[in-house]
Design a protein around this ligand. Structure first.
Ligand code: GTQ
Length: 362
């Protein structure tokens, strides 16, 4: 005769064999009291990333099939999950560094993932999005909304590097990924250069034809304008948690320009130290200029130009600039998704700023 416990164990085993599960035994893991994202706080140093990206330039070309020469970030918390864990920096977001060398082209394709780009260095390259050639310069923010054909070309004389961020892990988990190659290598350019930028020369004025646009009618947000906006803003009061910060939005609707991907540029003057808070959405930071540190769940992550780091969901975080120049942090996040689903929450850190309990060393 089996005793009660043996009978229960046998029952669990049978359930497993029939691909069934006992909720009473699993609820604490299925429904945690607070978010327990797989994503870990982590930082990649530019000197490492840059070296491997440049080396990829000697090893591979952006041919049809491989499509893009990108070295992407793999959050250590996802490395055991294949294949989507490969592309996860946070539970919803992917990011990588793309290299296009002078004279190169990357083939045209479209997909139902949304993409944004933030230009790091170089000049002379352009992305063609649905017939519009969009010139890319350092500090520019570009959108490639889901469903639009896009390819890249380079007629300049130095390597071009930029950060891509896409909602790949989210679409993978939702089981809804689509991807399609354009019949030719590149698509034809059908619109005048800077077409969409010229449509938005002043904020608060919307061209009539854009009233029903389902995505932001502006393909690029030029660095000069972002910088001016931050310079003006920094004469006023800072946001307590983000310093002087602006979001890239669709000027027609006020929603995130990246649709599912929120994006922000924040300026931290030397010595500026924000208060700490946490929120449900996750964030990927890329240090565009300057140096400083961010304390994430009590661990200090020191950063300098070119570094990329992650703040997972519901992690306490605060930022500080050091050194003699303004720090500029570019970031992407999944706040639009959290807000649409009614999941967003935010909490201030009770003591204002965290006690540093350790240093991130990689
Ligand atoms: O440039 O279109 O990093 O399709 C990943 C997928 C970049 C791109 C990525 C892409 C692209």
């Amino acid at each position: 005769m089996l005793d009660a416990n043996e009978r229960l164990q046998a029952y669990y085993q049978e359930l497993r064999q029939h691909h069934l599960g006992p909720l009473w035994n699993s609820i604490g893991r299925l429904m945690t009291e607070e978010p327990t994202p797989r994503a870990q706080a982590y930082l990649w140093r530019w000197q490492d990333v840059y070296r491997y990206v440049m080396e990829s330039g000697d090893l591979v070309t952006p041919d049809r099939g491989g499509e893009r020469r990108v070295v992407f970030f793999m959050n250590p918390g996802f490395e055991s999950l294949e294949p989507w864990g490969w592309g996860a920096l946070t539970n919803t977001l992917y990011a990588g560094i793309q290299l296009l060398k002078p004279g190169e082209k990357a083939p045209s394709h479209r997909h139902n993932q949304n993409a944004i780009r933030f230009i790091i260095q170089g000049s002379g390259a352009a992305t063609i999005v649905e017939g519009e050639r969009v010139v890319m310069e350092p500090g520019d923010f570009l959108i490639t909304p889901a469903g639009l054909w896009h390819d890249h070309v380079h007629s300049g004389s130095e390597p071009m590097l930029w950060l891509d961020s896409l909602d790949v892990p989210m679409l993978y988990q939702l089981g809804v990924m689509f991807f399609e190659r354009y019949p030719q290598f590149n698509q034809p350019v059908t619109k005048p250069d800077s077409y969409t930028t010229k449509r938005y020369t002043a904020s608060g004025l919307r061209p009539l034809q854009d009233r029903r646009s389902s995505y932001a009618p502006q393909a690029v947000f030029k660095w000069q304008r972002t910088r001016n906006a931050l310079d003006q803003l920094s004469l006023l009061e800072p946001d307590p948690y983000d310093g002087f910060a602006v979001e890239y939005i669709n000027p027609v609707t006020g929603a995130a320009a990246g649709i599912t991907i929120g994006a922000m540029m924040q300026k931290l003057p030397p010595g500026h130290h924000t208060l700490a808070h946490r929120h449900v959405h996750s964030t990927i930071y890329h240090v565009f200029r300057g140096q400083g540190n961010s304390v994430i769940n009590g661990i200090r992550f020191s950063w300098r130009q070119g570094d990329t780091f992650v703040v997972p969901n519901w992690a306490w975080h605060e930022h500080a600039a050091s050194g003699g120049e303004d720090a500029y942090l570019f970031s992407t996040n999944d706040q639009p998704v959290m807000e649409k689903l009614g999941l967003e929450r935010e909490e201030p850190y009770p003591a204002g700023q965290q006690t540093v309990e350790g240093e991130f060393s990689g």
